[in-house]
Ligand binder design. Structure first.
Ligand code: ADP
Length: 241
């Protein structure tokens, strides 16, 4: 699923959180929205998801205008930094949740849900945790379960907001490699928000650098790293998180 964002704007009062952003993302690409805190990354992600309504501009999925479509009709899956799993549900119930709440007409049978959950848990290499509760897992394992849960409904677009932000450096590094591998396996068009340039450089096919609600540069990691478009990008890439 390709994503096209055209002249998107979102203000909060007088503040321009997203200020005339245009970009196109190819089907199957893993794109990082990179920038300092407050640069509008999360707002842009939420606009793509349909969790916020833009003041103006359009969003197209596969060349179809979906700007007015409700979040539930956009076919997107999410992983958030603090995407709490349901504590009172087992891992398997968490992963199957999105399927079990589908309208009856679209809901798979319990056996089908079970099989699908098993496959997803194998995909994230945590099939042995099916009957455990989230509290029995590590932070990194929980985020992998959150990913499996997001993928259960076969999203056309996967959106990740600082997915590893809350984890320590070693687990983050492990999960980065792991997200890259997973993406190479399933090729779902994915957009993730990060303020960590290392993370973007290591994981993404494509980096969109944002500042003050605007896109400063948009290119491959090599382009952005080797040829920063302006002093802001140059300085930002030089900072250490
Ligand atoms: P980033 O993800 O790059 O840190 P955000 O998109 O979260 O940036 O936020 C951009 C700016 O918009 C921030 O200054 C934030 O305070 C403001 N903002 C975000 N959401 C809201 C909201 N619901 N109401 C008012 N201001 C908001």
């Amino acid at each position: 699923m390709s994503i096209e964002v055209q002249q998107l704007r979102k203000n909060f009062g007088d503040f321009k959180a997203v200020d005339n952003v245009s970009l196109s993302i190819k089907s199957g690409e893993l794109t990082a929205l990179l920038g300092p805190s407050g640069s509008g990354k999360t707002t842009l992600l939420r606009l793509i998801a349909g969790l916020e309504q833009a003041d103006s501009g359009r969003i197209l999925f596969n060349e179809e205008d979906i700007s007015d479509r409700h979040v539930s009709e956009r076919g997107v899956g999410f992983v958030f930094q603090h995407y709490a799993l349901f504590k009172h549900m087992t891992v398997a119930e968490n992963v199957g949740f999105g399927l079990s709440v589908k309208p009856k007409k679209f809901r798979p049978s319990n056996t089908e849900i079970k099989q699908k959950v098993q496959k997803l848990l194998e995909l994230v290499q945590l099939d042995w945790t099916a009957d455990r509760y989230p509290s029995q897992l590590s932070g990194g394992q929980r985020q992998r379960i959150a990913l499996a849960r997001a993928l259960a409904v076969e999203p056309k677009v996967l959106l990740l907001d600082e997915p590893f932000g809350a984890l320590d450096a070693k687990v983050r590094a492990e999960l980065r490699r792991w997200l890259r591998r997973l993406h190479d396996e399933i090729h779902v068009t994915s957009v993730f928000v990060t303020h960590d340039q290392e993370e973007a450089l290591e994981v993404a096919d494509r980096i969109v650098v944002m500042n003050k609600g605007r896109v400063e540069q948009d290119g491959t990691p090599e382009q952005v790293y080797d040829h920063p478009a302006n002093p802001f990008v140059y300085e930002f890439l030089g900072t250490v998180n």
